[in-house]
Design a protein around this ligand. Sequence first.
Ligand SMILES: C[S@@+](CC[C@H](N)C(=O)[O-])C[C@H]1O[C@@H](n2cnc3c(N)ncnc32)[C@H](O)[C@@H]1O
Length: 279
Amino acid sequence: MPEITNPERILRVEDLHEDARLDEYLRLSEAHLRMRTDVENGLYIAESTTVVNRAINAGHVPRSFLLAEKHLGQLTEEFERFPEAPIFIGDDQQLQDLVGFHLHRGAMASMNRPAPLDLSEVLTASSRIAILEDVADHTNLGAIMRSASGLGVDAVLITPKCVDPWYRRSARVSMGTVFDLPWVRLNSWPEDIQILKEHGYTMLAMELTEDAVPLNAVEITQAKKFAMVLGNEGRGVAEQTLALVDQAVMIPMHREVSSLNVGAASAIAFWHLCSAPRN
Ligand SMILES: C[S@@+](CC[C@H](N)C(=O)[O-])C[C@H]1O[C@@H](n2cnc3c(N)ncnc32)[C@H](O)[C@@H]1O
């Protein structure tokens, strides 16, 4: 076993059936964790060593760790940084019984959910924004966040009904980029478009409408600020949103394929949005 400061905080799952701190890991259903997204009592579960490491490096604070004993050596630095956080260990079967699925890659942490960022500050500091309207699938959300981060989008806004970027699947698919890329959940959509307009943003919506212009015809100029809306997987961008944006934009399709997956469309859109120099 690696040397760990304060080793009495290493606790065996089999001895802890009554320990309330384990409740946070108990059968990690989406519904259970969705109910806990308020900041005061909020937490999220970071899954895999890479994600735990990224979250901690982004300044997030772990409440506890949960991992197979054989993986104890993987997070020694993180354990040292938070010597008060309990470390729950067990064998593979005990952990599977607790969380309800096989814990591959060994480690999890229950993390305090940091306070949300301030929308106005984020809009002031940015000039290329992505807005995700009611994206419903955690895998899509994670893929979009990864593209947004890697292609240079400054920040992401999500609508009230969009799934959680810190949900464990989104975070894992995003390769942990959800912890570095600023994001804000909007309060009211599409009404909040007005706030973006007041901050000088030109509003674009990615959608195959009759009046949409091709993406590569949209001139992205250095001096202007742009926000680009991507729509829900099934319905696309809502009519009310399309009525409020400055321009609908499309990627022309071929062979009677009706649309792209929103993750694929976002990567193409972000590349165009971020390819021109900016202030
Ligand atoms: C799978 S599509 C939704 C398709 C929806 N069933 C429809 O027919 O409108 C999800 C989102 O991806 C983006 N998207 C997908 N393909 C696109 C394209 N060719 N041009 C522009 N946006 C696209 C849009 O933002 C769209 O709202």
